[in-house]
Design a protein around this ligand. Structure first.
Ligand code: SF4
Length: 456
């Protein structure tokens, strides 16, 4: 199903759309306040951009340096070319340690590789321990946002879900009660886990260490209680030096939720005595994206979600309408690189207003990349007949000023005089969810000429 069709399903529940829109706009506002409180924010963004660009240009060397240092620290390092290899490696480690119960902290990479169903098929229990992730896991859904995975669910829906799966009492969606119950439920899972899986926010080539950022401390709990810790990271998570961490930690939390710092920035370097630590380094299409000059900067992404919170389309269409692991503006750049046909509608799910690029902490030119994908997609994939014909017609009209003027006159007259039912009729898909303005009596050209005449 293409994005607009999926979005129209989400749009059926108007109340929910309004609430979703407001909730994300609230986070965007928090981000603005937090950002304005930092002197030199733009310099920080420039640093972030520069460090990422440098790292990606020297990725081969930094990856080797990271591996060497991680091995020295007593960590076992594995390499996976794709999602399937990643899943097999993780599965192999769990088998080796006879691990049947796994606690996992939020990791979009494991979502991307579909790790949970892979492990569950072999009878391994995988519990997502981030509260939002656990909610979507219980609902048998995927995250709809990379930072706020259950943002599409109201607290009343969570109440019902917990009653069904955790045996809680009806509370009318009392967040304090529900969080307390979730904590009790997860605590049991943490204590009995045989292994913990975490993602990686930043991996440092210089030290072989890595950092995981959470607001709930769930990565810490899992990794410290279980005898085996498996960290799964995409190759783009590298940064060269420890001293660069400060730049990204300051950028990440403020852009994500408007916090000065994530509640837990957990630094991991070596296994605790007697325990095991593994790192799985995954490519899964990233090298290919790196080879596309127009899109390589998309690998700068530090997954803060700010571009989603600000995007007028995302806020009103919901994350699931993107049918991709990473939704929103950045997902619409990453996904077509993986499967152009399946995700060909995504780069069009944008107004190209540029707000995503404005908020991006690492200065990715998101809207320009979306525009570039559109040009490729219109050449390489079949386009709907109506769209193709209307674009061709518009091209012809724009090419001839006289014709443009005549058609403009007719359009202005029609907008002023034809009944709404005719203007917003079925063939006018643009008018489906929008009201067209009333046509002005004169064209811009006429207005400009008149103004010039008056000046003389
Ligand atoms: S593209 Fe930029 S704004 Fe969007 S999630 Fe990535 S870092 Fe954040």
């Amino acid at each position: 199903m293409n994005h607009s069709k999926a979005a129209s399903i989400f749009n059926k529940d108007e109340k929910k759309v309004d609430w979703h829109d407001k909730a994300l706009w609230f986070v965007r506002h928090k981000r603005d306040k937090a950002v304005h409180a930092v002197e030199g924010w733009e310099s920080l963004r420039n640093y972030g951009h520069g460090i990422k660009a440098h790292t990606l240009s020297n990725l081969d060397n930094y990856l080797i340096q990271f591996e060497e240092n991680a091995l020295k620290n007593g960590v076992q390092v594995h390499w996976a070319a794709n999602g399937d290899e990643h899943n097999k490696i993780v599965h192999g480690i769990l088998k080796e340690h006879n691990a049947k119960k796994v606690v996992k902290s939020k990791s979009m990479l494991t979502e991307e590789c579909h790790l949970n169903p892979f492990l569950e098929a072999d009878g391994i229990e995988v519990i997502d321990t981030d509260l939002g992730e656990r909610i979507v896991q219980l609902a048998k859904e995927s995250p709809s946002h990379i930072v706020l995975p259950a943002i599409h669910k109201t607290k009343e829906e969570v109440d019902e879900l917990f009653q069904e799966h955790l045996g809680t009492k009806p509370s009318g969606g009392d967040p304090q009660y529900l969080t307390g119950e979730a904590r009790k439920h997860l605590r049991k899972k943490f204590i009995s886990a045989d292994a913990a899986i975490t993602g990686v926010n930043f991996a440092i080539a210089e030290t072989g260490g890595f950092v995981v950022c959470t607001n709930e401390g769930n990565a810490d709990m899992g990794a410290h209680l279980a005898p085996v810790h498996i960290a799964c990271m995409g190759i783009e998570k590298l940064i060269p030096k420890q001293e660069h961490l400060g730049v990204f930690l300051r950028l990440l939390a403020r852009s994500a939720t408007g916090q000065p710092i994530t509640t837990y920035s957990s630094h991991f370097k070596k296994p605790v005595n007697g325990n095991k630590m593994h790192i799985v380094i995954v490519d899964n299409g990233r090298t290919e994206q790196l080879s596309r000059p127009d899109f390589r900067a998309s690998l700068h992404c530090i997954r803060c979600g700010a571009c989603m919170n600000t995007c007028p389309i995302y806020r009103r269409s919901g994350g699931h309408s993107y049918d991709a692991t990473i939704p929103g503006p950045i997902g619409s750049i990453l996904s077509p690189g993986k499967d152009l046909t399946k995700h060909s509608s995504l780069p069009f799910a944008s107004t190209l207003c540029g707000s995503c690029s404005d908020v991006c902490p690492v200065k990715i030119d998101i809207h320009s990349q979306l525009y570039k994908w559109r040009q490729i997609i219109t050449k390489e994939t079949p386009q709907p007949f109506v769209k193709k014909t209307s674009m061709k017609m518009m091209g012809k009209v724009f090419a001839k000023p006289m014709q443009f003027e005549r058609i403009g006159k007719v359009a202005r007259w029609s907008l002023r005089n034809l009944p709404k039912g005719v203007i917003n009729s079925k063939p006018n898909v643009w008018g489906k969810e929008r009201d067209l303005p009333s046509g002005p009596t004169e064209s811009f050209d006429d207005w400009y000429k008149k103004r010039k005449d008056n000046e003389q």
